[in-house]
Write a protein that binds this ligand. Structure first.
Ligand code: X2X
Length: 336
């Protein structure tokens, strides 16, 4: 109710106490934060994020109100990362590989064929390798929560031809997310990669600006990429996850006990989302085949040998530096 309206009422001699005519909630949240992500509404990351927000509201007695914006509603990943840094967005889940444009070490988990399986992924990312990356993130004014959401093992899709061997990638026009490691990797395969944010990927495939892309099955399904792609090659060429990032000033504006609730609930949701993705994966091949996608098996050893021959591992060992490379090899064994 505006001040003028209130005055009018008083002038009119209405005896209602002011509190009875308030139209806004009794108490606005002390911390009203935005959480951005690039996932379709149907991806488990979105539901788990909303659940975390609900538990946080409850456990903080309404002091913290987190509004979730899926589907790159607040902008592309590149754009949202800028907003996170400026504080226009307070929370954002982002692939470490894209974050590497700001924090170079954050793409370390994307080194081709590094993680044999999830039995290597989670101990590393929840352990020493993840701690190393989080410390690097902290140097850039951002705060990364302890647990990551799973994105998944990435697979190559194509609308133009089946990809069976690294030679099939020769000159292949493929969308990759904006990140030097992705571009380097697909150049090493001999492909012609173009950096495109996820928010533009469906239309880039639909208009044939590019012929292919690579993503985990859960995204190919929930973002409906199967509508514009025909073949899927099971390469498992990289494992990718989403850091849950906070603008550090916004995070530290909350008292310590509130921060603990916020991070604790997001971490709990991240662990549940990992299980959701694992469960989804079990049925996704059949589901996607049912939608007309043709699956092909790839010999990972042949793809890996192609990267090695092109000097990919040597290049990235040099770029990441000895400390980061050791943290990775401690987790997955010798690479180069
Ligand atoms: O941009 C992609 O391909 C996605 C959705 O997997 C990431 O966020 C890295």
């Amino acid at each position: 109710m505006s001040r003028i309206a209130r005055r009018t009422m008083l002038a009119g001699g209405v005896a209602l106490p002011l509190v009875a005519v308030r139209t806004r909630p009794a108490r606005a949240a002390e911390f009203a934060y935005k959480f951005a992500n690039n996932m379709a509404e149907t991806h488990p990351l979105v539901a788990r994020t909303r659940e975390a927000a609900g538990r946080i509201r409850e456990k903080t007695g309404g002091r913290v109100e987190i509004q979730v914006f899926p589907n790159s509603q607040l902008g592309s990943d590149t754009d949202t990362l800028s907003q996170l840094r400026s504080g226009a967005v307070e929370l954002f889940s982002l692939s470490g590989l894209i974050l590497s444009t700001l924090v170079p070490a954050a793409s370390i988990n994307g080194v081709g064929f590094a993680f044999k399986d999830y039995g290597q992924v989670w101990p590393a990312m929840d352990g020493a390798l993840g701690a190393y990356v989080r410390a690097e993130i902290a140097k850039r004014g951002l705060y990364a929560f302890g647990k990551q959401f799973d994105n998944g093992y990435r697979q190559i899709t194509s609308s133009s031809k089946p990809i069976r061997t690294p030679e099939d990638l020769n000159g292949f026009k493929i969308r990759v997310p904006p990140s030097p490691l992705w571009t380097s990797m697909f150049k090493a395969f001999g492909a012609a990669p173009t950096s495109i944010n996820f928010s533009e990927t469906y239309s880039a495939l639909q208009t044939k600006l590019v012929d292919g892309q690579e993503n985990p099955l859960a995204i190919i399904e929930t973002a409906k990429l199967y509508e514009v792609q025909k073949y899927l090659t099971v390469t498992n060429h990289m494992w990718d996850g989403f850091w849950i990032l906070a603008n550090r000033k916004a995070f530290e504006a909350m008292p310590a006990d509130v921060r603990m609730i916020v991070e604790g609930e997001f971490n709990a949701s991240a662990v549940q989302e990992r299980e959701d993705v694992a469960r989804l994966n079990a049925g996704l091949r059949t589901a996607l085949e049912g939608k007309g996608v043709q699956f092909l098996e790839a010999d990972a050893a042949v793809f890996r040998a192609a990267l090695k021959k092109a000097g990919f591992y040597a290049e990235w060992k040099e770029k990441f530096g000895a400390e980061a490379w050791k943290a990775l090899e401690d987790a997955v064994g010798g690479l180069a």
